[in-house]
Design a binder for this molecule. Structure first.
Ligand code: NDP
Length: 277
């Protein structure tokens, strides 16, 4: 009888651009684990049905991306403590008893992406966080866990920045600044772009006074979507500027380890992606 190949997927909309199938194929080749990993494009209205059908037909796990991270959290039977704190999930796993577990590894992946691939150690930094969406939320919790000195949140829609600050519930370390007041702020040690402006080809208005000679800039987006922010960081005199490809690879590696019990070589996978881009 032929061996049954276990099935995994990334689910989102749109999804054609996703690098996840390539990453999991690289990890499978590295570790010698046979698996099938596909991209499933699904609209919000049928997300839950699609996940249940996938898991009922041999699916063991799925990565979930925009716009379904909140829905992924909601359909799970069990949520990890990290997912509960964020209210969103990017990893679904079918447990041996058939129940669905939701987890989020975006924050952990961002810290690993910064430290291992960006040469950035956020501990002790005064951080400016741009954005207040799902990724910014994961980033903010992870940065506070990582021992930053403080985080100032700026978002196009200020109410969402205040809502994120309230969720963080750490008034001693969290502030909100209106975007138009950024020019009056002293420079930051670390500037994290967690907006989707780059993906939408929109420019961010950022004063160069936000940077000093040791400022590190980190964009969660990668590829062409990160180019404008990285170019701004260089013009502003930041010491370093890094995109979020390393974060993507680290979150994929963490998902792979959750499902297969083996940590793949994220460095080799990142080199392979960068060589081919
Ligand atoms: P959300 O849609 O939840 O949030 C988008 C954020 O961007 C909001 O704060 C929004 O502000 C802001 N924004 C959008 N357009 C503009 C604009 N033109 N000017 C200023 N701000 C803008 O998205 P996510 O938080 O899930 O994702 C954010 C980014 O992070 C995406 O580019 C995504 O690709 C990337 N990401 C990368 C990952 C990786 O592994 N490298 C993992 C997860 C995300 P407002 O509230 O005003 O709408």
């Amino acid at each position: 009888m032929p061996a049954v190949v276990s099935r995994y997927a990334v689910i989102g909309h749109p999804i054609a651009h996703s690098l996840s199938p390539r990453l999991h194929a690289l990890f499978a080749a590295q570790t010698g684990i046979a698996l099938e990993y596909t991209a499933i494009d699904v609209a919000s209205a049928v997300f839950a049905d699609t996940v249940h059908t996938f898991l009922a037909h041999g699916g063991r796990g799925a990565n979930v991306t925009l716009p379904h991270k909140a829905a992924a959290f909601a359909i799970a039977d069990v949520q990890t403590a990290t997912a509960q704190r964020l209210g969103v999930a990017n990893v679904l796993t079918r447990l041996p008893n058939g129940r669905i577990e939701a987890d989020s590894n975006d924050g952990e992946g961002m810290l690993a992406g910064m430290r291992r691939h960006g040469g950035i150690e956020p501990h002790g930094s005064e951080v400016l966080l741009l954005g207040a969406g799902g990724a910014a939320r994961a980033a903010a919790f992870a940065l506070l866990d990582g021992g930053i000195r403080g985080v100032t949140i700026a978002n196009r829609t200020p109410e969402r920045a205040h809502a994120l600050a309230a969720a963080l519930a750490d008034a001693a370390h969290v502030q909100v600044v209106r975007w138009e007041d950024l020019a009056s702020r002293p420079p930051f040690d670390l500037i994290v772009n967690a907006t989707s402006a780059g993906v939408q080809h929109a420019a961010l208005a950022l004063p160069s006074s936000l940077a000093h000679a040791r400022t590190a800039a980190y964009d969660l987006s990668y590829g062409p979507a990160a180019q404008a922010f990285i170019a701004w960081a260089r013009r502003a005199g930041c010491a370093s500027a890094c995109d979020g490809l390393g974060m993507l690879v680290e979150t994929a590696a963490a998902s792979f380890e959750r499902w297969h019990g083996v940590r793949p070589d994220a460095d080799a996978a990142l080199r392979s992606l960068r060589d081919r881009s």
